[in-house]
Design a binder for this molecule. Sequence first.
Ligand code: GLU
Length: 301
Amino acid sequence: MNSQYIGRFAPSPTGELHLGSLVAAVASYADAKHHSGSWLLRIDDIDQPRKADGSSESIITTLNAFGFKWDGPIRWQSQREGSYRKAVASLRERSLAYPCRCSRRQIEKMAQPGVEGMIYPGTCRQWDGEGASQVSIRMLTTSTQTSVPDRILGRISHNLKEDIGDFVIFRADGVTAYQLAVVVDDYLDNITHVVRGADLTLSTPRQVYLQRQLGYPTPQYAHIPLVHDHKGEKISKSDGANPIDAAQPLLALHVAWGFLKQRPLTEPMASVDDFWNAAAKAWRIEALQDAIAERSNINSS
Ligand code: GLU
């Protein structure tokens, strides 16, 4: 095994795996195996209100049926509350994060739209947090550019203050926000390579900013294209969108492989293990770069 490469797949248990999540799992697994790396499975189950009953179990069963083999025990976000709280406390102690009592409705009234959601105007920056319960905690952002290379997209960059605003790292309902949890998880698991869906591209500069403030290393990122439904919308687990057929894993693996612009695997295959042996050798992440370059040539001609 190559300790220089530790990848992961981190589904949220909000429903059954669908083709979009299978594509993300295939890309991260094939990339890890191609580099003789480790591959971890983490269940992002911190957001209890959004959890769908039984979906963690069904995701694990489906991944097994598709021949994914993760290294070590499954990681569960719900078991890491203590680490998240420590990270939040460390940011607050250094005045890099602050309590906020604004409601969503108040923010909508006073804020401008940014690249993802409203840009929080910093109203509570000066508030001392006296006497408040049920507040959220926001990360103080700055106007400098936070920029990170992406193995497929080139470079992802945001001026966090102007594009995003001070973002929530701990929610008023007592749940650690996704942005903070994922950064702490990737650090605790020594993740070196993150391969995931392009819906998280916009989150990446916020995560890199948090890594820098917490003194964590930044993994290498690669964001893969999303699978859209016939209406052109991203398919998502919580819509109950097209669960994949675990009874025919080879068929679905080939579909996901083709979606990832990989050369068809022509070896005879009797099992999912045969698929993965061939896929680990043949995987070329560059094929996705080529597809993006081609698309931008078509758009600009
Ligand atoms: N749990 C997140 C999701 O299912 C993915 C987290 C990540 O890959 O960073 O969308």
